[in-house]
Design a protein around this ligand. Structure first.
Ligand code: ADP
Ligand code: MG
Length: 272
């Protein structure tokens, strides 16, 4: 039987352990993600989204269960995956193009070597794709938050990973810029001949519906439901607002979110 799933998560549990404490952050998760699929993980704060992404990245090891990529068990980070985080995570002392070129060289380490000149050419190509060619010699501190995130996206894509892992990449960006970046990301993903598989964490429901093929709704320690978005592409944000499927999905997700909040124990409270 042909198995289309690129990522397979099997009975995954993860417990954070220190000398004195143990905390189970993920409890027996099962999930399959297909090649070329855009998957959004949503769920309230602390439910384990970043932990799950950390396991996919290979930085966190499962306490139980296994994760497979291309039928191979994940046991560390690899050049088949690239990550984009909320905080820009660029090297502040390097220009935008050097940040990208450096990542390309690093990702090729141990496999086919790449000439510096070629790495810079690829860096320029991808900075151009994200609309930053003219800013390529600027350092991160000279760029706005939105621009830094563009560099981070260029850097991740320029390494040509099979899988892109994104942890609330637009979470710290103003709403208008976020719209622009969401559309840019979708455009780059859609125009790619060999579509990347994207796992994108967000707690913004609208962002999830706009971007995803499949929404994985998480609850503390696990998955509550996997929802197929089923809205045709290319998607247009303004048009979506009057799309029936979008509206019903949105109200369903809002309800699910509110129910989740009801489950949060506020005794001794978070000071709300
Ligand atoms: P999310 O990204 O959904 O907000 P996280 O995956 O960051 O959630 O965290 C899930 C749970 O695990 C939270 O309760 C958090 O406090 C806990 N946690 C995260 N990292 C650690 C750690 N290094 N040690 C102990 N507990 C942790
Ligand atoms: Mg998180």
């Amino acid at each position: 039987m042909i198995n289309l799933s690129l990522i397979k998560i099997e009975n995954l549990s993860l417990t954070y352990e220190t000398e004195k404490t143990r905390f189970k952050a993920l409890d027996n998760i099962n999930l399959e993600i297909n090649k070329g699929e855009f998957v959004c993980l949503i769920g309230s704060s602390g439910c384990g989204k970043s932990t799950l992404l950390g396991v996919l990245e290979g930085l966190l090891s499962p306490s139980e269960g296994k994760v497979y990529i291309n039928n191979k068990e994940v046991n560390g980070p690899g050049s088949d995956r690239a990550v984009v985080f909320q905080n820009y995570s660029l090297f502040p002392w390097m220009s935008a193009r050097k940040n990208v070129a450096f990542a390309i060289v690093e990702s090729k380490r141990g496999s086919q070597k790449i000439k510096k000149h070629d790495a810079y050419a690829t860096a320029d190509e991808f900075l151009n794709k994200v609309g930053l060619y003219e800013y390529r010699n600027k350092q991160p501190g000279e760029l706005s938050g939105g621009m830094q995130q563009r560099v981070a996206i260029a850097r991740a894509l320029a390494c040509n990973p099979e899988i892109l892992l994104m942890d609330e990449p637009f979470g710290a960006i103003d709403a208008k810029t976020r719209d622009v970046l969401q559309q840019l990301l979708l455009k780059l993903w859609e125009e790619d001949e060999e579509k990347k598989t994207i796992v994108f964490v967000t707690h913004d429901l609208e962002e999830a519906i706009f971007l995803a093929d499949k929404i994985v709704f998480m609850e503390p320690k696990g998955i509550k439901e996997v929802i197929n978005v089923n809205i045709e592409r290319p998607r247009n944000k303004e048009k979506l607002l009057s799309n029936d499927r979008y509206r019903s999905l949105r109200s369903r997700l809002v309800k699910m979110f509110n129910n989740e909040d009801d489950n949060i124990d506020l005794v001794g409270g978070a000071g709300i």
